[in-house]
Ligand binder design. Structure first.
Ligand code: HEC
Length: 107
């Protein structure tokens, strides 16, 4: 019985640690279509900020859930809900855009 409780606890912990995708060169290219000067460091910072601020009121909405256009309107609203400054907001937007769903199914 004790083991069962421990197992349940472990399971709950595993579920609460949600992983967001880490950006790489491919994502830099993707994000550069909208933000030509974007760097991998900025995307990495965006991931960190996303993880720190975007699951407080709901679970993470993963970047690939929305298209770039959707993110362009969602991020400003959510950033103000999360009380983020402009700089943090821009990192999060770049990160989301880098992994955004492709509207026409083409990369
Ligand atoms: C202060 C609370 C709060 C914080 C912080 C917050 N959100 Fe939200 N978010 C909401 C609420 C409320 C909704 C609407 C209900 C829902 O979809 O869960 C929502 C909905 C969303 C949606 C769905 C929008 C749609 O049109 O389908 C996305 C995507 C989202 N949030 C992303 C984010 C991101 C990214 C961050 C971090 C910058 C963030 N949220 C931080 C409260 C918050």
């Amino acid at each position: 019985m004790k083991y069962f409780v421990v197992l349940l606890l472990l399971l709950a912990m595993a579920c609460s640690v949600q992983k967001l995708p880490a950006p790489g060169e491919q994502q830099v290219k993707q994000a550069a279509k909208r933000f030509p000067q974007v760097t991998l460091a900025e995307l990495t910072k965006g991931k960190m900020l996303f993880e720190q601020n975007c699951n407080k009121c709901h679970k993470y909405h993963k970047p690939e859930e929305h298209t770039e256009l959707e993110w362009m309107s969602i991020i400003p609203v959510m950033s103000s809900r999360a009380k983020l400054d402009q700089v943090s907001q821009s990192y999060i937007l770049k990160y989301a855009v880098a992994f955004a769903k492709q509207p026409d199914g083409n990369p």
